[in-house]
Design a protein around this ligand. Structure first.
Ligand code: ADP
Length: 742
């Protein structure tokens, strides 16, 4: 077990001086301390709680967590940075020991932040160590290594040797886990030296065992054995039985690597003896299995069968399925060795069946190969071929062909997207060049005009001044036009890039679904599972349906730029009624009461497009009504200075202020559980902007209803005012055409 009190090392002398008197009268027992708790309150209680957290850390984790949590609460009333740091670090450690690594990570990161602010190096080293440990235990080796490395640096600075030794070893483990054995060796060796320097035998033995493991990974079992033996010596002297058994087992494995079977069996048997004394069944079963494997390799099938049998009994009793599959595999090999084909087949199949059921693909792969070999030896070549095919299949599925394909395809797609973009940019450049040429030609023409004018001037003095001014004006106007054109082009370009990105992203997702289910479909068809085939087909159909809807909407969106109908006079009131008729099905179904202001004005615009706007807004109002019991929707208008604002209001779900802009983006949807494509409002925005107007939403947030507002720009010449000036402006006349946003 590791000692984490070390980071106070810097203040050790001071602490010793302070504690000297209490050392004379031994430290109070932890239960005595706990008893004091009931008399204490406030800051004193807080300090005692923190001490209890630390003292109970090894003894009773649950208590440690409970005290620590209470202390955290108390800290709110008595804030103190040093105490908080100490507590967070203790809590981090307690959670690591309790196997709650995510929580440990959280406390560790909080402590790290605080320690950095406080510039408290010992505490920071402690926190970094905790964070590194938590990452490692979560199998996140890269961050684990980075944190542990920073911890080593700090421990070195504050000269905390024990901390340094431990964090060096942690870095070694992180390197080993990602297969960088030479780095792992380097750090383990440094850690070992550090443990030796401070005389920490336990730490040294742990690192020696790790060194053994790395050497085995490097294919050097002789070196591995040397390190294991050194560790074994220490553990034997210290009487650590579990560690001794583990080391004996490790040495056995290394001897097996070297092909020295007798030695291997000897070490395994010694390990077994200890494990049996300790009564650790899982470990016993593992060692029995190891011994069985050695005998099987030696061709001593009866011995092998007896060890495998004992191992199997225990594993089955413990319900260890993976272990059972592996031992059955061994037993099948024994039958095969004894040419007992029927039993070999039977056991191998049992092992395969379990491995398949628990989805242990490496075990399944091994079993298929074994089956194929058994069939070959029996002369059943067709069966052998079948099994071998399965073996290849599982193998390639482990390598995940699928993933590789997808990655390759994504890369290809990315490349082609990039090319398309490049071509697009080239085209635009060309366009710009042509425009520049046009501009120059214009200038030239203007100049010629000027020269011509000068000639005429000499004849017609009267006209000279006027004509010259007009020519200059023309040039200026053309220049302005060109500049405007250029900015518009840039904006379009940016919009286009965003558009292509969003479209390809959203079309890809149903595609991926389709590809995935086609693959499953193939598998399920081969397996003849009709029900799943039906399900796969349904899903593919649903995804194609979604794609086709997306594409339809997109076509609509893209047409807006191209198809424009001649502007005409449009009576908005009539338009609203027509739109409401088009969605009357949904309106009736939801029981929405629709109120259309009687005095809506007349505008000039593209009628078909404006109808789409109304229809979309009404449809949304109904669709996002939520669970409103009295659903209402209103279409009204009001004047705002020079402008006329049209309003479509509902008392439905409402929209949080954060998403007021977002909802107009392409494919943006706030609630994916409600059917939709996220194109409607983007369409509305483009149409309104095409008319030179603006569109926005007003809503007090969830549950308060929404009001979608739009204006129609100058060109839409709201002729309100001629037509309906007397009735107009419901807000002024106090009409009831504007339902309030709820
Ligand atoms: P969709 O096809 O999903 O309806 P839209 O572009 O029309 O796509 O709308 C985008 C999103 O804005 C919707 O998914 C919804 O979350 C939100 N939204 C649109 N109209 C309303 C409304 N009247 N009330 C609440 N939320 C709305």
């Amino acid at each position: 077990m590791r000692c984490r009190w070390r980071y106070r090392g810097a203040g050790a002398l001071l602490a010793l001086w302070l504690l000297a008197p209490s050392l004379l009268f031994a430290q109070p027992r932890v239960d005595q301390l706990e008893a004091r708790l009931s008399d204490l309150a406030g800051r004193e209680r807080l300090e005692l709680l923190i001490e209890l957290t630390a003292r109970y850390r090894k003894k009773d984790r649950n208590k440690a967590v409970a005290f620590g949590t209470e202390a955290l609460d108390l800290l709110e009333s008595f804030p103190d940075r040093d105490l908080e740091l100490e507590l967070l670090n203790q809590l981090g450690l307690v959670h690591i020991r309790a196997g709650k690594y995510q929580e440990a990570l959280r406390y560790g990161l909080r402590a790290e932040r605080l320690a950095r602010v406080a510039d408290d190096k010992p505490a920071l080293a402690f926190a970094l160590n905790n964070v590194g440990d938590a990452h490692r235990l979560l199998d996140e080796y890269d961050p684990a290594r980075e944190y542990s490395l920073e911890a080593t640096e700090l421990y070195r600075q504050v000269e905390d040797e024990a901390g340094l030794a431990e964090s060096l070893s942690d870095v070694g483990v992180a390197y080993r886990r990602v297969g960088d054995f030479s780095k792992a060796l380097e750090y383990y060796l440094r850690s070992h030296r550090a443990y030796e320097d401070i005389g920490d035998r336990k730490g040294a033995a742990r690192v020696l065992n790790n060194l053994g493991i790395v050497y085995r990974n490097l294919g050097q079992p002789e070196n591995a054995i040397e390190f294991y033996q050194q560790a074994l010596e220490i553990r034997e002297q210290d009487g650590r039985k579990i560690s001794v058994a583990r080391l004996l087992n490790n040495i056995g494995v290394a001897y097996e690597d070297m092909g020295q079977h007798a030695q291997a069996i000897d070490y395994y048997s010694r390990a077994l003896e200890i494990k049996e004394k300790l009564g650790n069944e899982r470990a016993i079963a593992r060692t029995l299995n190891n011994i069985g494997l050695v005998y099987q390799q030696l061709g001593k099938f009866d011995d092998a069968a007896s060890f495998f049998g004992r191992s199997l009994d225990i594993k089955e009793r413990l319900g260890d399925e993976k272990g059972t599959a592996s031992t059955l595999f061994g037993i099948a090999a024994v039958h095969r060795g004894k040419s007992e084909w029927a039993s070999a087949l039977d056991t191998s199949n049992r092992s395969l069946e379990i491995a398949t059921r628990i989805n242990a693909r490496d075990s399944a792969q091994r079993s298929y190969l074994q089956l194929s070999e058994i069939y070959t030896e029996m002369g059943r070549y067709l069966d052998a071929l079948e099994a071998f095919k399965k073996y290849e299949e599982v193998k390639s599925s482990i390598f995940d062909e699928g993933n590789r394909e997808i990655i390759a395809e994504m890369q290809a797609r990315f490349e082609s997207d990039r090319k398309e973009k490049e071509i697009e940019i080239l085209k635009q450049r060309q366009e710009l060049d042509t425009m520049e040429l046009k501009r120059q030609a214009l200038m030239r023409r203007a100049l010629v005009g000027c020269v011509g004018l000068l000639l005429v001037v000499s004849l017609l003095l009267y006209n000279r001044y006027r004509l010259k001014t007009r020519a200059a004006l023309v040039i200026e106007e053309k220049n302005l036009e060109l500049e405007h054109y250029l900015t518009e082009l840039e904006a379009k370009n940016a919009e286009m890039e965003k558009f292509t990105y969003t479209v390809s992203h959203d079309l890809k997702s149903p595609l991926i679904t389709i590809r995935g289910f086609l693959r499953l479909l193939e598998k399920d068809m081969l397996a003849g599972d009709a029900e799943r085939v039906r399900d796969d087909v349904d899903r593919v159909q649903a995804a194609t349906g979604k794609m086709s809807r997306l594409i339809d909407e997109l076509l609509k969106l893209s047409r807006i730029g191209r198809v424009t109908n001649a502007p005409e006079e449009v009576a908005v009131g009539e338009l609203a009624r027509e739109a409401a008729d088009l969605v009357s099905g949904q309106i009736d179904e939801r029981g929405v009461e629709v109120e259309i202001a009687a005095d809506l004005p007349i505008v000039v615009g593209d009628r078909a497009r404006l109808l789409e706007v109304m229809q979309n807004l009404i449809e949304n109002g109904v669709k996002y009504m939520g669970d409103q019991e009295d659903p209402r929707l209103g279409i009204s208008w009001r004047r705002a200075g020079e402008e006329v604002v049209f309003r479509v209001s509902d008392n439905g779900m409402g929209i949080d202020r954060r998403y007021h802009q977002k909802v107009f983006g392409l494919f943006e949807r706030l609630d994916p559980s409600i059917d939709g494509t996220g194109v409607g409002l983007a369409l509305v925005k483009r149409i309104i902007e095409g008319h030179g107007g603006r569109v926005w939403v007003e809503s007090e947030g969830a549950g308060h209803g929404s009001t979608f507002c739009f204006t129609l720009g100058k060109n839409a010449g709201v002729s309100d005012l001629a037509e309906a000036s007397d009735l107009s402006d419901s807000s002024r006349s106090g009409g009831i055409t504007e339902p309030e946003a709820r």
